[in-house]
Design a protein. Structure first.
Lengths: 208, 219
């Protein structure tokens, strides 16, 4: 940190302990009135405890049990998602895409990390990785195999590259053996990965 | 900019590293960076497109080596200096310069919450006419701008079909450089996998990209 005047041209590696650097940065910004530590606490709390894939699972479970809701979700995803109370940023413009016997949807952001925060929370590291971003568009079936997901040859794999402000939520297929489950039990089966499209929702009792 | 961030179609990036039961933040500092980033964006000196471009401007070797939140940390430091919110000396010292001005009202917790809920403006604007319509065949233009763009290389020059009109959005290529919003229609364009990747791709598969009017031309 000694070469302050060269900072803009300094492309050396970060100090090995970014924790210290961030602590110093936060205290600087607080002193300068640019951030409020309570605001940071609230943002962290939001994503650690309030917004995450359980929200998306409730949306999908509702769509599975309520055909009118599913229709609204497919027509106007932000409004249908807001019906369940989920309205935070990065979900203002959303499209729900439905898997079926002849189509399997897969979501990626090849340019960075666009992801539907209100329903899935912040993206996992693999979603933001070079490996996933590079290959999801050129070899989606290889990516699916890597996740242990089999899609028949006669099923279209439809990849959604989130290149604009639209965010995508996959409505996975409802697995067999779930006819007697209620909405809450269904929601418990629905995984983040299935709503990104890298997996399917396993039948109940299947620990795959 | 034809940068390393534009990864669609690259090969040999290795297997996907999957972490079971992954935490939202892997260390406390990542969450703090997330919050600092949101707070500074709320200060309004730069927009989301400027921010994205700053990440793209990281030297390629750094971009590939850094973790996600290391990139966020680095570019927020750079943006703060570029936009005059802090000086390089303040960053190095972790304390304000003597006599440095304290910023306008600090971003309170309530303001941060409302910022999270404010988001992107409406995509309805009858005054902005679309240049294309659903069902039309279009070609992604072969553009290689040196600034920000959301037109990935792998789609340039390829022919697809307009699947949906998403409405009107700010044009990132100008907005990133604070050269105007140039609001225009964005479409979901469906490209057959074979159009993008050749005969070895599945004849059934497709990739949908969201594309602004300025990225497209008539076939």
């Amino acid at each position: 940190m000694a070469h302050a005047q060269n900072h803009e041209h300094d492309h050396q590696a970060l100090p090995s302990d970014p924790a210290l650097r961030v602590k110093a940065l936060e205290s600087l910004l607080v002193e300068k009135g640019l951030v409020d530590p309570a605001a940071l606490d609230a943002l962290v709390d939001t994503f650690e405890h309030k917004v995450g894939p359980r929200n998306g699972a409730r949306v999908v479970a509702r769509a599975w049990v309520d055909p009118a809701y599913k229709k609204r979700l497919l027509m106007d995803a932000p409004a249908a998602i807001a019906e369940l109370g989920y309205t935070s940023g990065q979900g203002e413009h959303m499209l729900a895409v439905e898997n079926g016997p002849k189509v399997h949807n897969l979501v990626v952001c090849t340019l960075c990390s666009c992801y539907p925060w209100p329903v899935l929370g912040l993206p996992p590291v693999w979603y933001k990785s070079a490996a996933y971003r590079s290959r999801a568009v050129i070899d989606p079936r290889g990516v699916l195999r890597e996740f242990g997901t089999h899609v028949d040859e006669d099923v279209e794999v439809r990849v959604w590259d989130s290149t604009a402000e639209l965010r995508y939520l996959v409505i996975p297929e409802r697995p067999p053996g779930t006819e007697n489950l209620n909405e809450e039990e269904l929601a418990a089966l629905i995984t983040r990965d299935a709503m990104v499209g890298v997996s399917k929702v396993p039948p109940p009792g299947d620990k795959a | 900019m034809n940068g390393v961030h534009d990864m669609g179609g690259l090969q040999d990036m290795g297997p996907i590293q999957y972490e079971k039961d992954e935490p939202v933040f892997h260390a406390e500092w990542e969450g703090r960076v997330y919050g600092i980033d949101a707070s500074l964006r709320a200060a309004g000196k730069w927009n989301l497109d400027t921010w994205r471009h700053e990440i793209e401007l990281l030297p390629p070797a750094d971009y590939l080596r850094m973790t996600y939140y290391e990139r966020w940390l680095r570019i927020n430091e750079q943006l703060m200096v570029k936009h005059g919110l802090v000086t390089p000396r303040e960053l190095a010292a972790g304390a304000p310069d003597p006599g440095s001005a304290k910023a306008t009202p600090a971003l309170t917790r309530a303001a941060a919450a409302s910022r999270l809920n404010r988001g992107i403006p409406s995509n309805h604007d009858p005054a902005v006419q679309p240049f294309f319509e659903v069902g039309q065949r279009v070609r992604a233009r072969n553009l290689n701008p040196t600034g920000h763009t959301r037109l990935p290389r792998y789609a340039r020059g390829k022919v697809g079909i307009i699947a949906r009109d998403h409405g009107v959005y700010t044009f990132p290529d100008s907005n990133a450089h604070l050269q105007g919003e140039k609001r225009q229609h964005v479409y979901s364009v469906r490209f057959p996998a074979r159009e993008l990747w050749g005969e070895h791709a599945s004849p059934r598969d497709s990739v949908h990209l969201d594309m602004w009017d300025d990225y497209l031309e008539h076939v």
